[in-house]
Design a protein around this ligand. Structure first.
Ligand code: ATP
Ligand code: MN
Length: 463
């Protein structure tokens, strides 16, 4: 007999059929009238399956004594219509096997309602809680929705390297990858000789798959990458991880307008999919985590995003009369508090900001005629701030070289990137969406460390 998932039994299980169901006991109640109730969860859905164990089954009292919160069991039983409230059906056990016990004196999840901070220290057990089970299902549904969105539009899924020798942003936020003996190097004097290193030159973990994405976009058409991304920024915020997942579509022949249209329908489409597939989980988040969650997601799905330029947004912020922790003026990078003011207070909707000052954006963004701004676009959403960063790419060889120099980069280091502009260059655009920030948006969880199974942040990479 094959195992049936709890989700299937609860949704479509037919009374009087026999099932094999296995999972972890959330609670046990013993009744005076010679039977016990087990609340069984196998992670397939939020709800538990009620298992009724009759005292007449063999070894009843020994088995029931062994079963405590956290124990794993295998049950063969019959589906019955449930007389109790809260569930359509339950299972009456014919046989019950304890696969593993959990000592109540030491089991960390013995009690309910642990703080998220506590659960971060128990990353090996937190998926067994309601909240983290739900986050895992939502994250999975988001990933499937992301692939569906692009596959339906005939984008090619391209895998870009995790180890790279090109630093996309030119900033010092790269984790170095080396096999050099650091302990020995510490004692020797003189400059480092990277020709002795594994790759023969300085290498690091990727901060973005974009540059390599552009190679394929200008050859096979619309593409997307979806993989782990690393940033060694020492920023201890609720929105930054040292290791996160990014989705990066790259489209030839797209200008900024089309890029924004795609980003907007993308965000809307994946949220819609998750709302359909994980409605029970989202209701849980709405009830327990963020009471405005469902309303805010509905708002995102139903309304067009507001579009305005960075310059217009700065004017709104300056005239807002709002006291910000970081003062804002034209030329400054926007902080999360500014982004949230725009989306939560001013527009009460997602916003796409375009045409940022060239001095604060990356070298590859296309320069506007005004000489001051670039064709950047950031998608900002309530509760999070920036969820997508993108741009039309600079396709003009000479302008790109000039911008590299202006950004302190050595054009020769990017010779292959420049050759894309030398041979058959085309206008093209793309963007990057952070998966964990999207999980934050869809679940209402306030800390990004709870939106990835194993968070990596400064001073923390356990498990
Ligand atoms: P921020 O200004 O918020 O730090 P960024 O401008 O450095 O972000 P981009 O380089 O534009 O980020 O990356 C594209 C997207 O990747 C962001 O919009 C965000 O959703 C996500 N992202 C960037 N950095 C991180 C991080 N450290 N942890 C989690 N997600 C991130
Ligand atoms: Mn950005």
């Amino acid at each position: 007999m094959t195992r049936t998932r709890v989700a299937h039994i609860l949704k479509t299980g037919q009374p009087e059929t026999t099932v094999d169901v296995r999972g972890w006991v959330r609670t046990k109640r013993e009744s005076k009238q010679d039977f016990a109730f087990l609340e069984l969860n196998d992670g397939s859905c939020m709800k538990n399956l009620q298992v009724v164990v009759d005292a007449r089954i063999p070894d009843y009292s020994t088995l029931i004594k062994q079963i405590q919160t956290g124990a794993s069991v295998a049950v063969i039983g019959t589906i019955k219509e449930s007389l109790g409230k809260g569930q359509r059906v339950e299972v009456h056990a014919q046989s019950l096997k304890v696969l593993g016990t959990a000592d109540p004196a030491t089991y960390p999840l013995q009690k309910k309602g642990h703080s998220f901070e506590f659960l971060r220290e128990k990353a090996h057990l937190r998926p067994r809680t309601n909240t983290f089970g739900a986050i895992a299902r939502v994250r999975n549904a988001l990933c499937a929705a992301i692939h569906n969105f692009f596959q339906e539009r005939e984008f090619l899924y391209v895998q870009t390297p995790i180890i790279t020798t090109s630093d996309c942003e030119g900033a010092g936020q790269v984790f170095q990858v080396t096999t050099l003996d650091l302990a020995r190097l510490q004692q020797s004097k003189g400059p480092l000789d990277y020709s002795q290193d594994f790759f023969g030159k300085k290498a690091g973990l990727t901060v973005s798959g974009q540059l390599e994405g552009e190679i394929f976009a200008t050859a096979v058409g619309d593409v997307y990458t979806f993989g782990p991304t690393f940033r060694a920024e020492n920023s201890n915020t609720t929105r930054h991880l040292a290791e996160f997942w990014m989705v990066e579509p790259e489209m030839p022949f797209y200008e900024l307008e089309e890029n924004m249209d795609l980003a907007e329908s993308f965000v809307r489409s994946i949220i819609k999919d998750v709302m359909n597939k994980c409605s029970e989980d989202l209701e849980f988040f709405n009830e327990r985590i963020e009471p405005t969650l469902l309303a805010s997601l509905q708002n995102i799905v139903e309304n067009d995003f507001i579009r305005l330029t960075y310059t217009e947004a700065i004017k709104i912020l300056e005239e807002s009369g709002q006291k910000f922790e970081f003062p804002i003026a034209w030329g400054h990078d926007m902080q999360s508090e500014h982004e949230r003011y725009l989306t939560e207070k001013h527009f009460k909707q997602p916003v796409i900001l375009t045409d940022y000052p060239r001095a604060i954006k990356s070298f590859y963004m296309r320069c506007n005629e005004d000489g001051k701004t670039v064709r950047a676009m950031d998608v900002l959403v309530p509760r999070i701030g920036e969820i997508i960063g993108g741009s039309q790419r600079e396709e003009r060889h000479d302008v790109l070289i000039e911008r590299m120099k202006e950004s302190g980069l050595v054009p020769e280091d990017y010779w292959w990137y420049l050759e894309l502009r030398q041979y058959g260059t085309v206008p093209h655009s793309g963007f990057g969406l952070g998966l964990e920030r999207t999980v934050q948006l869809v679940t209402g969880m306030t800390n990004i460390r709870d939106c990835i199974p194993f968070p990596r942040t400064p001073k923390s990479a356990d498990f």
